[in-house]
Design a protein around this ligand. Structure first.
Ligand code: NAI
Length: 337
C-alpha cells in the first residue's frame, strides 16, 4: 500500500449517482488508499444555475488532478442541453472508452467464461453534435470519422491487447453501407494491425456481431468500435454478465482519465437505496490501478467476487433484496488490508 495521498475529482452526478459514488468512496477508504476527493457538481441542477451542465471549473479540476471518479449524469431526450458526458469526453479529449466485460464467478448468468474488452472511440462519429434542420421535416446528423482519431483508438486497442495478453482484436463496423466513414475506420485499424503481428485482427459487421455476442460471446477478446456502436454494444455486453449493475468503465486520454460505470442515472430507482453500486466500485478499482494502487484494486475486486458469491448480498437487479449500503459495507469489510 502506498502512503501517498492522491488527489482525485469526484463527480457524484444525478439520479443514483450520489448513492453509488458514495458507496465507492467508502470501499476505497476501507481498502486503505488515501485520497483527497475534490467534489464538484455537473448535470441538470448545475445547468439551471450556470446555463451549462459542465462548467469550466469542473473541467479544470479534472485537468489539474489528472483523474476523476464520476457518477452518471442524465441527459434530456429530444432537446435541452447537450450531454454532459459527451461534453466531458470531448473537452478533455478522453478518446478511449474502455469497458471490461467479464463473467463474475458465482453469479448466475446466461454465459460462463465471457472475458472481453470493449474499446470505443469516444470523441467523434455520430456523437460529434453536428445536427441541423435542412428544411421542414428534414434533419441531418453528421457522422465525422477522422484518420487521426481512428488510428489512435485502434492503437489503443492493440496496445491493450498486447498488455493484457489478448490474442485477437475485432473491429466492428457497417462499412458495407457507410463505405467512406466506416471504411476509413477499418483502413486505419488495418494499418495499425500491421504493427502488432502477434495479435490476430479481424472485422465483423455489427449486426452479425450482435447476434454472435448473444450466442457465443466467449469468442471475442477485444472489440474495437466507433462511438455509437460502442455505446450500444456496451449495454448488450453488460447483459451477458449480470447487467448494468456490474460493468465498470474508464474514459482515457493522453493527460487525464475519468472512471465511470456503463450505466446511466437510473431515475426509476434513484433515491431508494436499492441501486447496485458494484459497477462504480469496480470503476474505482480501475482508478486505483491507474494511480498505481494495484494491491488495493485487487482486494476490492476480490471483495466484490466474495460478496456476490453470497446470494443474500445481491441487489434487486441481481435477484436479491440487499440495499446499496449493505453491498458497500460487505465489500468494504472484505477489501480491508
Ligand atoms: P440506465 O442505465 O440509467 O438504466 C437502465 C435500466 O437499468 C433501468 O431499469 C435502471 O434502473 C437499471 N440500472 C442502471 N443502473 C443500475 C444499477 N447500478 N443498479 C440497478 N439497476 C440499474 O439507462 P436509461 O434509463 O436509458 O438512462 C437514464 C439516464 O441516464 C438518461 O438521461 C441517459 O442519458 C443517462 N445516461 C448517462 C450515462 C452516463 O452518465 N455515463 C450513461 C447512460 C445513460
Amino acid at each position: 500500500m502506498s502512503s501517498r495521498e492522491h488527489e482525485v475529482v469526484l463527480i457524484p452526478g444525478d439520479g443514483i449517482g450520489p448513492e453509488v459514488t458514495e458507496a465507492a468512496v467508502q470501499v476505497v477508504e476501507a481498502a486503505g488508499v488515501k485520497i483527497a476527493w475534490e467534489r464538484v457538481e455537473a448535470g441538470a441542477d448545475v445547468f439551471q444555475k450556470y446555463g451549462t451542465p459542465l462548467p469550466d471549473p469542473v473541467l479544470n479540476a479534472v485537468r489539474t488532478a489528472g483523474s476523476a471518479l464520476k457518477g452518471p449524469i442524465g441527459t434530456p431526450v429530444g432537446g435541452g442541453f447537450k450531454s454532459a458526458n459527451v461534453l466531458l469526453r470531448q473537452s478533455l479529449d478522453l478518446y478511449a472508452c474502455v469497458r471490461p466485460v467479464r463473467t463474475i464467478p458465482g453469479l448466475p448468468v446466461p454465459f460462463a467464461g465471457v472475458d472481453l474488452v470493449i474499446v470505443r472511440e469516444n470523441t467523434e462519429g455520430l456523437y460529434s453534435g453536428l445536427e441541423h434542420r435542412v428544411a421542414p421535416g428534414v434533419v441531418e446528423s453528421l457522422k465525422v470519422v477522422t484518420e487521426r482519431a481512428s488510428l489512435r483508438i485502434a492503437r489503443y486497442a492493440f496496445e491493450l491487447a498486447r498488455r493484457e495478453g489478448r490474442k485477437r482484436v475485432s473491429a466492428v463496423h457497417k462499412a458495407n453501407i457507410m463505405k467512406l466513414s466506416d471504411g476509413l475506420f477499418l483502413e486505419c485499424a488495418q494499418r495499425v494491425a500491421r504493427d502488432f503481428p502477434e495479435i490476430d485482427y479481424d472485422e465483423i459487421i455489427i449486426d452479425n456481431c450482435a447476434m454472435q455476442l448473444v450466442t457465443r460471446p466467449q469468442q471475442f477478446q477485444v472489440l474495437l468500435l466507433d462511438n455509437l456502436y460502442g455505446d450500444i454494444l456496451s449495454d448488450l455486453c453488460a447483459g451477458l454478465v449480470g447487467g448494468l449493475g456490474v460493468v465498470p468503465g474508464s474514459n482515457v486520454g493522453a493527460d487525464c482519465a475519468v472512471f465511470e460505470a456503463v450505466h446511466g442515472s437510473a431515475p426509476d430507482i434513484a433515491g431508494q437505496g436499492v441501486a447496485n453500486p458494484i459497477a462504480v466500485i469496480l470503476s474505482a478499482a480501475q482508478l486505483l490501478r491507474h494511480l498505481g494502487e494495484d494491491d488495493a484494486a485487487r482486494r476490492i475486486e476480490a471483495g466484490v467476487h466474495a460478496t456476490l458469491a453470497e446470494p443474500a448480498l445481491r441487489t434487486a437487479d441481481l435477484g436479491g433484496s440487499a440495499g446499496t449500503a449493505d453491498i458497500a459495507r460487505a465489500i468494504a469489510e472484505r477489501a480491508c488490508p
